[in-house]
Design a protein around this ligand. Structure first.
Ligand code: GNR
Ligand code: NI
Length: 173
């Protein structure tokens, strides 16, 4: 089932998410729904908090080819090391529709996480995957990419989103 994605400003997006205690079928089903919601959007990553669930769960698929899906399921991801070298990507966020900005982040990161079988894994990421992982782990801590912009740029984006949300409401009502 496809879920509704929360749009900033929304106080839920600013909450810190709780670690998951055990991986069971309910969690596997939830992460499949997150993946469906992400593909449908479409996006390359989604954190559970974006659909209102305050758990440390992330799905990612950065492959462009629609036929060759390559999903990554991250439970309780922890970034254990970041490179000094940085890279800049133009980021978007499904919770900030239509808004994009160039963000500088560590180019490489090392990640520890639990997979869908409850097994501890490690991963070294670079390029877009590294940026996406850092963007998603930020979500788990209530951080959005606009938090890295100047107050002026951030306020401008939030103002646009407030207007956007009012327009959506007007259409629905
Ligand atoms: O779809 C998304 N694209 C993207 C592009 C550059 C850096 C990060 C991202 S993640 C984003 C989906 C999203 O909002 N994930 O939380
Ligand atoms: Ni996002």
């Amino acid at each position: 089932m496809k879920r509704k994605i929360l749009i900033e400003p929304d106080p839920i997006l600013r909450k810190k998410c709780e670690p998951l205690e055990q991986v069971n079928n309910e969690v596997r089903r939830l992460m499949e729904e997150m993946l469906e919601t992400m593909y449908d959007a479409p996006g390359i990553g989604l954190a559970a908090v974006q659909i209102g669930i305050l758990k440390r769960l992330v799905v990612i698929d950065i492959t462009k080819d629609e036929k060759k899906k390559d999903p990554l399921f991250l439970i309780n991801p922890v970034i254990i090391k970041k490179s000094d070298k940085t890279s800049i990507y133009e980021e978007g966020c499904l919770s900030l529709p239509g808004q994009y900005a160039e963000i500088e982040r560590p180019a490489e990161c090392y990640l520890k996480y639990v997979d869908l079988n409850g097994k501890e894994k490690e991963l070294k990421a670079e390029g877009l995957l590294s940026t996406c992982i850092q963007h998603e782990v930020d979500h788990l801590n209530g951080v959005l990419f606009i938090d890295y912009l100047s107050k002026l740029k951030k306020d401008m984006i939030i103002k646009k989103l407030v207007k956007h949300k009012k327009e959506i409401k007007r259409i629905v009502v």
